[in-house]
Unconditional design. Sequence first.
Length: 287
Amino acid sequence: MNKRVIINADDFGLCTGVNSAVARAHTNGVLTSTTIMANMPAAGEAVELAKKLPGLGVGVHLNVFEGRALSENPCVKCLLDADGKFWMSAARLSLLSIAKSKIRDALKAEFAAQIKWLIDNGLKPTHLDSHKHIHSFPVIYTVVCRLARQFGIPAIRFVFEPKEVCREPWPMPARGGKKRAAIMRFTAGINRLQDSSFFKTKAILGIAHTGRIDIDFFEAAASHNFMEVVEIMTHPGYSEGIDACRTRLVEEREKELEALCSEKAKQLFKDAAIELVNYGEILSDQD
């Protein structure tokens, strides 16, 4: 069985420090894919970097938790505070999306604006994922599926992480990681029943270990992953420009960057005969 792995960096466009790290991890390391936070201050810089890296697959990291809205549709105001910034928690937004159609309408408008922004800036999105995995909440997932069809985007991140990843011989998960992975696994199961046509991988790795992606993790992924096609989620970055009050990942980003760029990581995947690809390459093979 030929194994293929997508190694994706979330948060491209968050700040210059993250942008530089993503570019380095792709040019000098094993990173194959990334997703842009289109509404963040360094998104324009991220696009220009991506255009210089033709082998880097680029998708959209749908974001309604940080920064300001891109959509000018008045319906989006229900997601914003008095200063015009996103303010809701993932739990609150998920629950409100069930009860209130205006929330679903606002999400659709803002997500559409973020996708359109990337396309208007000359990049064709390879896939969709989201900040805090909000796209995987079943009610919101249906909205994202409609947008994927509207914009001709063939893939959406499948947040199913096998239980085996949370026990030996895998490294110890991050604090709260096992619970987080279990919640995502539950939503992934529902979404697979709703519409599985956008799921192009068999699983994701890195939810339970968010903030702990290191050489030991890559060694486990190369040696013990039994899935044919998986995505590994990473968050490389330089700490400069990152607001520690807004993210729990600061110093961890530099550690992940070093692991992504290490010669050992390259050798581990090579020795395991694993092909490192992006979503675009997987999709072209499946056509």
